[in-house]
Design a protein. Structure first.
Length: 204
C-alpha cells in the first residue's frame, strides 16, 4: 500500500496547475514536476526551479549547479540523492522557461502555495533546511530576511542551525562568490558541519 507521502508525490508529478489554472501566462511547455523526498530525511533543500537539464532528466540538480551545491554541502552524489538523508523540494516544481536574455524565468507561483505545506507535513524529521535563493528565503524567512540576498546570507548565524540561507549555486553567481569571499571562508565550513552531523545520525 502506498504511503501518504508516496501518494502526494504521485499527485505532484501529475500536476498541471500551471497550464489549467495558471497565475498569469500558462507554462510554455508540457509540465514535468520534479521532487525528490523521503519521510526519514533530516535535511531539506528548497531550491528555485528546475533548469533545462533537470527538466530533461527529471532528477533535481543534475547540472553544474548541482555539482557546486554538493561541493558546498560536502556530500557525495550518493548521499545527496539518498531520500533517507536529504529531501529536495523546489519553489517551482517545473522548469519555468527562459526569459529573452537567456536566463530562466522565476519559479511558477502556483506550486508553493498549493503543495508545500502538504509536503512538509509528510517530512517530520527535517532539522536543517537550506533556503537557496531569494524566492525560498522570502517565503520561509519572511520578515526575518534582510534587505538583499547578500545581507540575508551574511546573517546566516541568525537562522542556523534550523535553516541556512544560500545564494543559488548557478555559474551565473560566480561573480557574486568572488565579491563575497566570506561566504566560502565562513558559511561553508559551518554548513558542512551541520550537514555531516545530520547525515552521520541518519547512518547511525
Amino acid at each position: 500500500m502506498a504511503s501518504r507521502l508516496d501518494s502526494l508525490v504521485t499527485d505532484i508529478r501529475a500536476c498541471r496547475l500551471c497550464l489549467e489554472k495558471p497565475h498569469g501566462k500558462p507554462l510554455p511547455h508540457e509540465p514535468r514536476p520534479v521532487v525528490h523526498v523521503g519521510r526519514q530525511a533530516r535535511i531539506l533543500v528548497i531550491g528555485q526551479a528546475p533548469g533545462t537539464r533537470v527538466h530533461l532528466s527529471g532528477k533535481p540538480f543534475t547540472d553544474r549547479s548541482g555539482d557546486r551545491l554538493r561541493e558546498w554541502m560536502g556530500v557525495t552524489p550518493d548521499e545527496f540523492y539518498d531520500r533517507t538523508k536529504i529531501a529536495i523540494m523546489p519553489m517551482g516544481f517545473c522548469f519555468p522557461g527562459q526569459n529573452p536574455k537567456g536566463g530562466d524565468l522565476p519559479p511558477r507561483r502556483e506550486c508553493a502555495p498549493h503543495w508545500h505545506d502538504r509536503l512538509l507535513a509528510e517530512l517530520p524529521h527535517i532539522e536543517l533546511t537550506l533556503l537557496i535563493g531569494r524566492y525560498a528565503q522570502a517565503r520561509y524567512l519572511g520578515s526575518l530576511s534582510r534587505g538583499t540576498l547578500t545581507q540575508t546570507v551574511a546573517a546566516w548565524r541568525d537562522f542556523a542551525p534550523s535553516a541556512i540561507p544560500l545564494p543559488h549555486p548557478s555559474w551565473r553567481n560566480t561573480g557574486w562568490l568572488k565579491k563575497n569571499p566570506w561566504f566560502e571562508r565562513d558559511v561553508l565550513p559551518d554548513l558542512r558541519r551541520h550537514v555531516r552531523a545530520l547525515i552521520g545520525r541518519a547512518e547511525g
